[in-house]
Write a protein that binds this ligand. Structure first.
Ligand SMILES: [Zn+2]
Length: 623
């Protein structure tokens, strides 16, 4: 999973069938699989009806469940909250007694007679009337009749206790012209229906589907077909442009993983949202796909975010999907136990997503250092003395507010481990090799025991690595960033004064209806701000010709303050209302001035690095 809260670093909080029954209802004996059907053309009050012709039940009583949580989310979501009108029937259409056991579960009496179940499902994205924690969109569902149906299968389809291993058949009736983008290959498909078959519940939950008017592009990389499917409500971005953006990235990932991809088909399902009340965005990984929920913007403005999130999700094909503990391998959807190893599942994945981009020069070293710097800053704002293994094992309850640190401290643990391994191996062995070795040792169907992983890694590597885990991952010590970074010729300073280009000392606000930054007031403008001639309520449209779109603001601001030189002409376009209330675009321009600012967690290349530092840096950063 990759979740980003919509907070910019300058302190601005942004809103962020009736299917033709597969088994005829007069049939008296049930078969050996779940036979589900959902008719997307019959949306009633934002809900869809789900019917299930159940597999044969051999017990007097059976419990049907929707999950409490699903793999990759590390949160308690109670998908049963969105279910209503639960009904159970025998083959003659008589209703059987069904009692609600808890928020996610229903117990059916006289279960040997059970033939059919039906219920309604509301979507999670826009059901504010349903109480409890809001579900992170990439793991939820959205029903917008005849426009978009975001179907994470676990939101709609459940299982019977003890029967997760039984095969599933799911039939969707779809609006004319609609396409269901997914990693699954349809068993059969017509203009109005798609039928999917999966071996068990785990595989079904692992395969979300996005139904829209088709906007898809297929890339061929490393022997795999990569489907990119995009829904952009205002047609600001499209699959062709986004696929072009991630093509180079995926090729670099293939190299990073040793030249081959361990998959045949993979699907990127991307929903862009024009919601004004967005509070977070991101994605959820699956074995052969990933589902994205991002603010709508042009493909160009979304480019870096898509790259960062897509590379993270795509690397999950390594872990936890091919390297995981028993807690994850045999997932209990309604009584989940968490593994201690989020530092690896999420941390190493996030580390690889950034490291790969620097290694294959998709981003500059200075940009990579900036990424690391943001992670250090976030890590320091969290509970840095909480052992990471303890946080991980208790992430569903006690430490859920520390979860976001997996992308920060988790990734920095990966950084330290990688450089340490390079140091110990004379440059030959790093986390990339380690993950390949662990994939060979375990794999998709073999789980490790939570308590054995650190020892296993130590056996594969060096005794010093056991000490590293004991001190910094199981222990409370802060990561040895200064020493580790120094060994590759990077200086880490907790606080430094630097000269940076000023935007004029204006107070910055945000206009939610236009999605633009605005000048909140000009009480403290400096000489540059005066020369520019800002007025209160001016809205920032572009800086030096770069459009300030929501998803690119942060990168443009960072680049402006770090790279603008003293005296260079700065041009800012603002939208300003005339006396008659008409909006005009005005160009403001003045020579730049640099001002001294205090910066936290500064990373700089050492001025005169030793040969040894340079050698290790190259082992770490050169392909
Ligand atoms: Zn993740």
């Amino acid at each position: 999973m990759q979740k980003t809260l919509m907070v910019l670093s300058f302190g601005l909080l942004m809103a962020s069938c009736t299917k033709k029954a597969v088994v005829s209802s007069s049939q008296s004996s049930n078969g050996s699989s779940y036979q589900y059907s959902v008719n997307l053309t019959k949306v009633d009050n934002d809900k869809l009806e789900v019917t299930l012709i159940n597999p044969k039940i051999d017990t007097d009583e059976i419990t049907f469940r929707l999950p409490k949580t699903v793999p990759g989310t590390y949160s308690t979501d109670d998908y049963g909250r969105y279910l209503s009108d639960f009904k159970a029937f025998d083959s003659k259409g008589n209703q059987l007694t069904a009692n609600k056991l808890d928020v996610n579960s229903y117990t059916i009496k006289d279960a040997k007679k059970l033939h059919k179940i039906s219920y309604k499902i509301d979507d999670t994205w826009d059901s504010p009337e349903i109480k409890g924690t809001k579900i992170f969109e990439p793991t939820g569902s959205d029903i917008v009749a005849n426009k978009e149906y975001s179907i994470n299968t676990h939101c709609f389809l459940g299982y019977f206790d003890g029967m997760k291993q039984v095969p599933y058949q799911v039939t969707f009736t779809k609006p004319n012209g609609f396409y269901g983008a997914t990693s699954m290959v349809a068993k059969s498909s017509t203009a109005t229906t798609d039928v999917f078959e999966m071996n068990n519940y785990m595989d079904l939950v692992d395969a979300p589907i996005l139904y829209t008017q088709p906007d898809t592009t297929v890339l061929k990389i490393g022997g795999a077909d990569i489907l990119v499917s995009v829904y952009s409500p205002n047609k600001m971005a499209n699959s062709k442009e986004i696929a072009a953006n991630i093509n180079t990235l995926l090729n670099a990932q293939k190299e990073y993983l040793g030249g081959k991809l361990p998959i045949k088909k993979y699907a990127f399902l991307i929903v862009l949202s024009d919601s004004k009340t967005m509070t977070s965005f991101g994605a959820l990984e699956h074995s052969y796909s990933s589902f994205y929920y991002l603010p709508e913007g042009t493909s160009e403005a979304l480019s870096q975010t898509v790259k960062d999130v897509a590379s993270h999700e795509f690397f999950h094909i390594v872990t936890p999907l091919n390297i995981h503990s028993e807690e994850i391998g045999n997932f209990d959807y309604n009584n989940p136990k968490m593994s201690k190893h989020l530092w690896m599942y999420e941390g190493l994945t996030e580390y690889a997503a950034g490291h790969m981009q620097a290694k294959y020069e998709l981003i500059t070293l200075s940009k990579y250092l900036d990424m690391l710097r943001q992670k250090i800053t976030t890590m320091k704002s969290m509970k840095d003395n909480l052992p990471f293994t303890e946080m991980s094992a208790n992430v569903l309850d006690k430490y859920k507010n520390q979860y976001i640190n997996v992308y920060n401290k988790g990734a920095l643990i990966g950084l330290c481990l990688d450089i340490k391994l390079r140091q110990l191996s004379g440059g030959k062995y790093g986390t990339q090799n380690l993950m390949q070795d662990l994939s060979k040792t375990y794999g998709k169907t073999v789980s490790f025991k939570d308590d054995e992983l650190f020892d296993k890694i130590t056996t594969l590597t060096y005794p010093e690595i056991r000490q590293f885990f004991a001190t910094y991952v199981e222990g409370k010590e802060p990561l040895p960033l200064t020493d580790i970074l120094q060994s590759v010729g990077i200086e880490y300073t907790a606080e430094a004064t630097m000269k940076q280009a000023s935007l004029g000392g204006i107070a910055i606000g945000f206009n939610q209806s236009t999605n633009r930054l605005k000048v909140a007031n000009i009480d403290k403008v400096n000489d540059f701000g005066k020369a520019m001639g800002y007025k209160a309520n001016d809205e920032l449209v572009s800086i030096n010709g770069q459009a300030m779109e929501m998803m690119s603001i942060q990168a443009i601001m960072n680049e402006y303050s770090a790279n603008t030189k003293e005296g260079e002409t700065v041009t800012v376009e603002v939208a300003r209302k005339s006396a008659e209330g008409k909006e005009e675009i005005i160009k403001l321009s003045a020579p730049a001035i640099l001002v001294e600012t205090k910066q936290k967690n500064v990373l700089r290349l050492t001025e005169n690095p030793t040969a040894e530092q340079l050698k290790l840096r190259n082992f770490w950063l050169k392909p």
